[in-house]
Design a protein around this ligand. Sequence first.
Ligand SMILES: [Zn+2]
Length: 268
Amino acid sequence: MKFALLNDKRIEATKRAKGVCPCCGSELVARCGEIKVHHWSHKKKCDDHWWENETEWHRNWKNKFPKECQEIIQKDESGEKHIADVKTRSGWVLEFQHSAISREERDSRDYFYTNLIWVVDGTRRPTDIKQFQNLINQARLIKPVSEIDYPEDFRLIREWGSSKSIVLIDFSANELLLIYEGCFIGDFSKNFFIELMNNTETDEFYKALLNPIQKLIAENKAYKNESRRISEQIAKEEDLKIRKEYGIKDDEDWFDGRWGIRVYKRSK
Ligand SMILES: [Zn+2]
């Protein structure tokens, strides 16, 4: 945790400093070693069971946003409280997810926060980058979005594709990968995303990122439907033509075999 409360002020961890957790109110210890980023840790476990220990990756992400947007307590009507990693001025909650997370927990967070964007650390398992490498290269050619033929081949998509929130994968490159509706991916600049989050109103994000994607998805769907319609039409005309030519009855079917048209009684 980056901030503790001391006399209602948010303070960062310094040696021998004291403070309490802004979420559960329990006592925190300032950890200011040489290796890990300076942080606060709970003496006993936090009531916010969603809280995970910070890595440098977390801290780097949080620091892209103003301090007053970092580690924001969010409460629902029932009084349940959680610490959002970042809440932007326009109301987006950003959760930076490094560790594995269960489906149940992900779903609960998806429902707890209304405007949630997940930023997932894609470097935790080396196999994930390997699985995505070709796809990322392709995506760069077909910006801003492309459809994946076999989404189930990708572990990250299996894990995150069903989230109702926006999911971005951070492979530690200059681009983030957006997973959308489980089988679409988009690829866009990390700096652009941060800039959008820091400087724009909620619907700007939709305009800039999601609208082009949704437009393309709609076009893809329309194209597929049209292709299907045309091929069905062709098949139908072919069927009528053959039936007429060979005098095939209504209760008979036909197929184009090696030696020509074969007719057989339709089984019931
Ligand atoms: Zn706590």
